[in-house]
Every structure is written in C-alpha cells, then in structure tokens.
Design a protein around this ligand. Sequence first.
Ligand SMILES: [Zn+2]
Ligand SMILES: [Zn+2]
Length: 351
Amino acid sequence: MLSYDVVEWGGSLAPREHETSVPTGTEVLLKLKYCGVCHSDVHIRDGYFEMGGGKRFHFGDCGMQLPITLGHEPYGTVIAAGPDAKDAPLGKDRLVCPWIGCGECARCAEGMDNHCMKPRWAGVQAPGGYADHLLIPHPRYLVDADGIDPAWAATLACSGLTTYSAVSALTPIPADEWVAVLGAGGLGLMAIGMLRALGHERIVSVDINPDKFPAAIEEGAAATLDPSEPDAVKKLRKIAGGLLFGAVDLMNNADTATLAMSSIRTGGRVIMVGLYGGEVPISLVMVVQRALTIRGSSVGTVDELKQVVELARNGKLKQIPIEKRPLSEVSRTLDELKAGTIVGRVVAEID
Ligand SMILES: [Zn+2]
Ligand SMILES: [Zn+2]
C-alpha cells in the first residue's frame, strides 16, 4: 500500500510503499477513495501546539514517533474484515469515524470515544487516511453515508462532526439573538451550515480574510465582520444590536477568544474549538457575575456523526465548497491551509 507520511516534523509529506495490513479479530480494512484535508494536520505535521505563555506541546515529546500517516476524514470501500468483525459491510462504501478510543474504558463503553484518555484516533495516534488503505479496529466506527456526494461525506467525519458537536453545545439558541462564528475556513463554513441546519439564522461570520465572506454568506451567514478593522467590537455589537448570545471559535487564538468573551451577554456561551492556541487573561469575577459558559469541544461521537450524515442526507445541511485534489498534492494543501488561502475544504482523491 501507499501512504503519504510525515517523515520529519515540519517537512513535506513523503510517499512510502509498505505492506498492506491484514485485518485480524474485529478489524476492518478499507480501500480509500477520499480523505478530507484538515487544518489540524498542519499542527501535527509541524510537530506542536502553541499552549500559551510561549510554551509548546511537542508531539515528539509525548512518544509520537515518525513516520506517521495523517488524515482523519477517510471514506472508502470495505474490502476485508477479521473473523470477529460481525456484520462488516463487505463491498460497501463507508465513512469512517476516526475518533476511536481504547475500547475498554468507561467513556468508550458509553459511546464517548472522543473523551477516552487512551485514544487511537485514525490519523493522529494511529495511521490515517492519506493512504490508499486504512485498517480500523471495529466496524462500529463505519457510518453509512449513501445518498451524499462521497467527497463531501468525507469532510463530515471531522469538520462536520466537530462543528455539529460544538454548535449542539450552544443550543437551544433564542431565535432573535446572535451567534458569532469565528473563522470562515472549512470548519467555520460548516459551523454556519450546522447552525442553519438546526434552525438558527442570526449568524455573524468573523474572519480577517474578507475573501472568505462570499462563501460564508452563501452558506447562510446573515452578516460578516473583519475583526482587524478599527472598532471591530463596536461593529459587532452594532450588527447584533448589543451583546451576543454565543460564539463558536474555530480559530481560538488570543485575539479571537478575547473578542468572543467580550462580546457575549450575561448567561452567554463561548464554545472553543480551534487549535491555533495561546492564552488569554480572564477576569474570574466577570465569568461569575456574567454567568458565562466557556466550554471546549473536541470532535464528537459516532452517534453524532450519524446525526450529521442524516442532516446532510435530508438536505438540511448545505454542502460547503469542495475542491478535489490528488493525494500526491496533500503537502501543498497543508501549506495553503497554513497560509489561510483555501476556501471551503480540499478533499484528497485517492486511486
Ligand atoms: Zn480535523
Ligand atoms: Zn477508552
């Protein structure tokens, strides 16, 4: 099999030929057709997260060894299964939920694999989808996405699920109140689409790159704001007619988090999703007196992914712009994601 791997932190992904895995036990093997390219992979390729205060979390320091195969939005055909993989849908195309836990802890038992402390996420701790084959531990991580454009379906595994789970943490949202979506990249557009799919309309898309606003409007944003403009906070309050009910921060750096927390009304909620990183000083009294909820949200569960697929299938969730590129161009795509120049989602096409 062929995979495009990180062979040195920060370097270009390199094609590598190796033996195709043979599924044992409950394992399932897929021949991949697509894999969405997510901004998180930029951080993993570069080898660190910015933790704030100048500190960096280096993946190499916590035991992650190169080479690794990234890619956590895989879609493909189930071609083989181990003897204990009961009901594996052989020959069928399936979306893979990559957020796979240890399978043994209490969180995994309650279906909250995404909160497992010993994760085996495909494309993070375990090999991922920038490859022509993918082995996963159990058929329960396969989701039937028939009826949806498969390239788009691939993107639901991370950008769709992550934003659905984050937006669900905001609901119910009073219809006459505003929500800010910070960042208008792939996740930002998807978050706008999720809010619209769940019936909310008063959405302001916030991004420092106004080139992304037409796509945000097309996806359903009612207003846009460039936070680098003078008086951006005032402008945001003008759009909302005051303070906002909530914000979903798909960037989550010091600037966006500060803007989000300073724009929320009493009882409001900020959901942090992005991994740009950094830190902000927070007035603890303000959090109490304004009864703020500041909540982190990381990916989602298999059940939530099934709900996202259903929203897409019944037409409630609008498709974001998708650009297909050969898998061999994945490094260029990561570079463009880092530069912030991609509109919508790039999906690697694998043959
Ligand atoms: Zn992702
Ligand atoms: Zn677990």
